[in-house]
Design a protein around this ligand. Sequence first.
Ligand SMILES: [Zn+2]
Length: 476
Amino acid sequence: MKRLAGLLAAVALLVGCAVDPVTGRSQLMLMSEGQEIALGEQNDQASLAQFGVYDDPELAAWVDEIGQAMAARAQRPHLPWTFRVLDDSIVNAFAGGGGFVYLTRGILAWANSEAEIVGILGHEIGHVTARHIPERYTSTALAQVGLTAGMIISPELRAVGGELQQGIGLLLLKFSRDNESESDHLGVGYAVGAGYDARALADFFTTLDRLAGSAQQRLPEWASTHPAPAGRATNVVQAAEPLVAGRDLTVGREAHLRRIDGMVFGVNPREGVMEGATFVHPDLLFQIDFPQEWAVQNSKTVVLAAPDDGSAVVALLAGRREAESLRAHVGAVLEGRGAINIRGEQTTVNGSPGFWVAYNIEDGATRLAIRETFVEYGDLVYDLIGYTVDDYGRFAASFEDYQTSFRPLSGNRADQYQPDRLRIERAPRTATFEALVSDTPAANIDQLALLNGVERTSTVEVGELIKTVEAGYPRR
Ligand SMILES: [Zn+2]
């Protein structure tokens, strides 16, 4: 199952013409600092809606504390620096405009020390202080921002299969190699200033390289949005050497591992999981069948599916009822969309009160044909949408089958769905890594070795901490 990975990540951004105080380079800035901050805040809200914050206050507090300490000594200390841990398994870190910096739980899981995390934060802080974000921001990216709010009823999404993917690509702001090298150098300085061994960032690059080369289902986004200049790890170590020489700097391997003990690892099935073509949501206690063979994308705010040719879309949304009755709620929604040729009636969907409607929306020369069912279940109204531009007759049955398949999930069954979790254990004896973890069921040994930043045949000393993965359900 793909998610709308990083749809908003890096949308932030900003841009007057100024000689940057950090880099000394002249940059074309289309936006003032105030605009940069405003957009950063706006995109922060969107990022929170898209990913949510990972629920671990202690972990969040540590990330914020070390981030603030580095930002306070950096070149733009007056920005409203904000450091967040997002609830996403993708291995990613990114900077929004105006001082917003994000780590995912995925990157925290794959890092092996505090110093690696500090190096990653330093690098992202560098993108902000060097004003790379305004510099790279383009009108193309700006045009894509509308995708999130109006995406469901937007005729531009008629070819959702291809265009949506492309949109995501455009949104993941790509920095130049010079930007990356500059941020690496700035980040090394910030990390050492905070008392950490900046050479550790090179270790994380090694993990990224191995991840990218393995059969992982989810590629490390930080690698794909951060083009790696040849010898990047070596350059980091070279930049760090003169700064670290003769200093007593922290690596913090054990402290980091202790902090991530018990952390959710990988995709969290509590937020919805595909079983075949059925989407099961254990926390909201429902299930629904998507059309067979359609590609499904699950994000925290919407689940979308489309056939390969992108000629139709079905979507699942949920929200509060905003009127005194379901009928009034539906009326308000249709009026807001400018619906015409409306027909439909009250219905019951597997025991829940519902209301189905079919209608058109016209936008210039484009006529959208929509079948939509609203279902009241729990304390939410589920909005099940199917729409196409050209071919309603071809998709009407698929839309109806999808919408009428919405049904409850029993609490007993829902309880079975649990995420995998990281467990930190002490090696009971000195042995090779593969010998120590050979009876761990959840992950294969190669993946575990990668997760620990070691080889299968590396020697682990008695008492050393290692990461293992406790299997949840369903097994992935
Ligand atoms: Zn970067």
